[in-house]
Design a protein around this ligand. Sequence first.
Ligand SMILES: [Zn+2]
Ligand SMILES: [Zn+2]
Length: 118
Amino acid sequence: MEDRFRLREAMVVGDEVVCLWEDGHESYFPGPQLRRACTCASCKGEAHLFGRRTLPTLRPLPPEAFVPVAVRRVGHYGLQVVWGDGHDFGIYHLESLRRACPCGECTAQGGGSYAPMA
Ligand SMILES: [Zn+2]
Ligand SMILES: [Zn+2]
């Protein structure tokens, strides 16, 4: 795997998830952006991927649902985020995360929009 898709360290800082990559790049993901991109079965992320006929109802989430409280690595490919409302089912693919880096440098290169993992 390329260095830019390998995670050196991840942590929660305030309401952001910070990823430090092996190539030295740092990504700051705002909590709300990440939570909305959650691909777990109980969030909407997977609905399109698996072509369900009925979309799950989007429940209004409390404000704490958008606040990350902890991050855990999942194998070599993923990052799990635990949210303030206890939700922790979503695993973010590292490659997708890096591609979604919202910093100016990356958005200038066409990143910045979170594409759910394939
Ligand atoms: Zn979820
Ligand atoms: Zn970046």
